[in-house]
Design a protein around this ligand. Structure first.
Ligand code: ADP
Length: 419
């Protein structure tokens, strides 16, 4: 294995695995730290999805070190620590503590931190993070419930959560190319700086950074920074063609489970309902007991065939507000997630092998309920949303869509892409 990645959340891991695969690197996504000593697919890259963004720093460090150990045992020479492109963290961590712990474990004295994702409007200039034309601290991120981002100066932000000194690789150096960046890195290292925020305004800047840091064992940042790595490995002749993905048969039973209430998902559900059998889950009925889950499953088992079926709790804003008022938002959310998780398990047991899930939290609940540990990345349905295939048992194709992604025909398009 050439490249090992540790991501601090699930959808970030999929985003990274998808981008690496698109660049020609054969990689597998692991949900959580894989068991030691198991037999693993012969991939060139691994992305380990942790859930360490908002947990206490010591726990995030311990889990990240365990992930590192697993990756190194498989021969990974290059490590990526992936976090959010809005640098989601607090003064307590976890970007600084995890990066420093990984550096120490790798016996390295320096790494860069660059969350830039220019294609999504995230750029870093003079160490300041912009979202579009706004400083990070002037966006909705300042009200984030877990990690409000009220300071856009990432050198300052990272310094507050790190032990060592934090420096800057300014755009002026990045624009001059890999040698200029390497010279700046030497300068920072000589002065005892261990972590440096790197400016990046465009994809070319990220490529320059990837080239300039080629010999560092660890780099940290958003998924954009890692995109340049497959090209480096290819130039060295180290990449082989991606083997064909195991796929379930094109006529295997198929279903869509939708727990997202986003505008985009509401449109997608409305569109799918016009052409396919559908069943609505009512949170009020779920609150009464298990009968509603059993009824949904019984309906699905009667209806399943070649044509995909839809089970959804997706609701428009007024309906959602009413349910949340009656049940409380957390309870309603938990009831729906648990129900969709159990329905997913029932469907797979009944032979469903093509499954689309809408909603970030919903996807987490479904993947957990199905006990899925390893995913390979397949064809892309919409920007940033690939099919994945579970590698644990008989191939199960899963498309995990976070709320706002995809056009109105996303669900039907997904099945077309797969066949
Ligand atoms: P998104 O990616 O659109 O944010 P998520 O799955 O992350 O979607 O979040 C949607 C949340 O709303 C989940 O916790 C889900 O259980 C909950 N939910 C779904 N349908 C309903 C509903 N009808 N009433 C109340 N809560 C719901």
């Amino acid at each position: 294995m050439l490249l090992g990645c540790i991501a601090d959340d699930f959808t970030g891991a999929t985003d990274l695995a998808n981008k690496l695969t698109r660049q020609g690197l054969h990689c597998v996504q692991y949900n959580g730290i894989p068991a030691a000593g198991g037999s693993e697919p012969d991939a060139e890259g691994a992305v380990i999805a942790l859930k360490t963004r908002s947990i206490p720093a010591e726990e995030a460090v311990a889990q990240s070190l365990a992930a590192l150990e697993w990756l190194r045992a498989r021969g990974c020479r290059k490590l990526v620590f992936k976090y959010c492109s809005t640098f989601d963290s607090t003064d307590a961590g976890n970007i600084g503590p995890v990066a420093e712990a990984l550096l120490a474990a790798l016996e390295s004295d320096f790494t860069i931190a660059c969350p830039a994702a220019p294609e999504n409007g995230r750029t870093v200039y003079q160490g300041h993070l912009f979202v579009g034309d706004r400083l990070l601290s002037e966006t909705g991120m300042r009200h984030h419930p877990l990690n409000p981002m009220t300071d856009s100066d990432l050198v300052r932000v990272l310094q507050r959560q790190s032990r060592g000194r934090v420096g800057l690789i300014p755009q002026a150096a990045v624009a001059r190319g890999p040698e200029a960046v390497a010279a700046r890195v030497d300068e920072l290292r000589a002065g005892g700086t261990a972590l440096a925020i790197a400016d990046a305004l465009c994809e070319a800047d990220l490529e320059t950074l990837a080239r300039a840091t080629e010999t560092l064992p660890l780099i940290t940042g958003g998924s954009g920074l890692a995109v340049g790595l497959p090209a480096i490995l290819r130039d060295r002749g180290e990449l082989s063609p991606i083997p064909p993905l195991p796929r379930p048969p094109g006529d295997a039973p198929a279903a869509v489970l939708s727990g997202s209430c986003s505008e985009a998902t509401n449109r997608q559900v409305a569109e799918m309902r016009r052409h396919h059998p559908s069943h609505r889950l009512d949170p009020a009925a779920l609150a009464e007991g298990d009968a509603a889950v059993e009824a949904a499953l019984a309906w699905a088992l009667d209806t399943l065939g070649e044509e995909p079926v839809l089970i959804y709790s997706t609701a428009d804003p007024e309906t959602l507000a009413r349910v949340q008022r009656d049940l409380g938002p957390e309870r309603a959310g938990r009831l729906v997630e648990r129900a969709l998780g159990r329905i997913a398990a029932g469907l797979v047991e009944a032979g469903v092998r093509r499954l689309v899930v809408a909603g970030g939290e919903t996807s987490g609940a479904v993947v957990t309920a199905l006990g899925i540990r390893r995913l390979a990345i397949g064809p892309e349905i919409a920007p940033g949303v690939p099919w994945t295939v579970s590698l644990d048992d008989e191939p199960l194709a899963l498309a995990l869509k976070s709320g706002n992604f995809g056009g109105p025909d996303f669900f039907t398009r997904a099945f077309e892409v797969l066949s």
